[in-house]
Design a protein around this ligand. Sequence first.
Ligand SMILES: Cc1cc2nc3c(=O)[nH]c(=O)nc-3n(C[C@H](O)[C@H](O)[C@H](O)COP(=O)(O)OP(=O)(O)OC[C@H]3O[C@@H](n4cnc5c(N)ncnc54)[C@H](O)[C@@H]3O)c2cc1C
Length: 419
Amino acid sequence: MTGGALIVGASQAGVQLAVSLRQAGYRGPVTLVGAERHPPYQRPPLSKAFLTGKADAATLELRTTDFYRQHGIDLVTGERITGIELDEAGTGLARTAGGRTLPFDRLALTTGARTRRLEVPGAGLAGVLHLRELDEAERLRRRLTPGARVVVVGAGFIGLETAAAATALGAHACVVEAADRVMSRAVAPPISAFFQQAHLRRGVEVRLEAGVVELTGAHGRVTGVRLADGTVLPADTVVVGIGVVPRTALAEELGLACDGGVLVDACGRTSRPSVVAAGDCARAPHPTLPGQRVRLESVPSAIAQARAAGATLAGAPEANEEVPWFWSDQFDLKLQMAGLADGHDRYVLRGEPAAERFSVLYYREGALVAVHSVNAPADYLAGRAALARGASIPAELAADTGTSLKALVTPVAAVPAAQ
Ligand SMILES: Cc1cc2nc3c(=O)[nH]c(=O)nc-3n(C[C@H](O)[C@H](O)[C@H](O)COP(=O)(O)OP(=O)(O)OC[C@H]3O[C@@H](n4cnc5c(N)ncnc54)[C@H](O)[C@@H]3O)c2cc1C
C-alpha cells in the first residue's frame, strides 16, 4: 500500500508537521485530516481577542487555502479518523467516520487534547460550556453580554483569561478553584497572589479552596453552581476550565506506548519509530529535565515538536531542543514564561507586584530553570535567551532591578552553588 504521508489532526502541530515535511524535502503526497469543520486555526485568541470581539474567525486561520494548495498539502476537514491499520513496514490504511479510506506509507499523529469534563450532577445542562474549539468559543461569546452571570470553574490560564474577557464585556464573572491559589500547577505563589488580587481589583470574584458538588438548573438550563460548603452561586453560564486530556485512543489501538500522552523521543518518534507524534497529544523528553518526559500544552511547543517530527518523517531526523515558552493575557496583564519551573528548589522575586510589573526567576541546584514575567518583557527575553544558551543568572543578584537581567547572564559554571 502506498499513499504518501498521512497526518491525523489538523491544528497547530499538524499544519507545522506538513510544512516541515515539505521543508525537509519530502515530495510525496501529504494528507492532513482534521475532525473540525473549520480550516486549521489558532486557539490562543479563543479565550482572548476572539472572545472580546477584537478578532474574528477569519483572522484566526493558520494558513490560507492557497498555501495548502501551493505546498501540495491535501487538507481534509470535518473528517474524523476512526481506525488505522498499520503493517510492519509502516504503511497502512486509515478509515474516517464518513467512510473514506486513506492509504499511507508514513504516519503522524497530532491529535491534540480534549477538555476534561466536570463529573458532578447537572454537568450536562444547557449553558454549561467548555472552551477548546472555535464553535465552543462562538457559543460562549454570544452569552457574554452585559449583566450576564458567568461562573468559571478552574483558575488555570484559560479560566482566568475567560473571566477577564467576560468582565471586559460587562458580565459578572466568578472564578471557582479547588486549590488554594490560582494557576497553582504552573506558577510560584507570588504570581498566583498577584493575579488573584489583580482580578479582584478589576471586578472578578475569586473563590479558592471551593469544590463544586453540583450544577443546579431549571427547565434543562443551568441556574447555579453549588459548592461543597452549601453556597449556591447564581449562573446563566458556567465555563468548565479544568484542564485537558491527551487524545491517545488511536495511538493505543496501534499498540504505541502511551503514558499520559503518546511517548516520543526528541525527534518525535513513537515506540514504533516509523510513526511520529507531536503537540498536545505527545509526551517528549526535555533538555532541562534529564531522563524525564513532559507533555506541554502550548503553541510554541507544538510547533517545535512538529518541526522535529516533520523532518524525522521526511527521513532527516532532527531533535527538538527548544526551551519551552508560553504566554497568557489577562486584562492588561501579560504573563510571559520561559523554561520549566518543575522541580525548582528556589525562586527569586524581581520587581514590585504592586507596580504590576515584576518577574520570578526559578532555580534548581543553583541553575536558572525558568523565568515568569508580568508586564516585564525585557526580563522575560533575557531569561529566555539565557536558558536557550544553557547560561544562568546568579540568584543572589537577580532581585536587583538597578541592573538589567541581560547584564547578569553568566555561564552556568560560574553560578554560585545554591544555599
Ligand atoms: C482557549 C485556549 C487558549 C490557549 N491559549 C494559549 C496561549 O495563550 N499560548 C499557548 O502557547 N497556547 C495556548 N493554548 C494551547 C494551544 O492552543 C495548544 O497547545 C495547541 O493548540 C496544541 O496544538 P495541537 O495541534 O497539538 O493540538 P490541538 O490544537 O488540540 O488540535 C488537535 C486537532 O486534532 C483533531 N483530531 C483529533 N483526533 C482526530 C481524529 N481521530 N481524526 C481527525 N482529527 C482529529 C482535533 O479535532 C483537533 O482539531 C490555548 C488553548 C486554548 C483551547
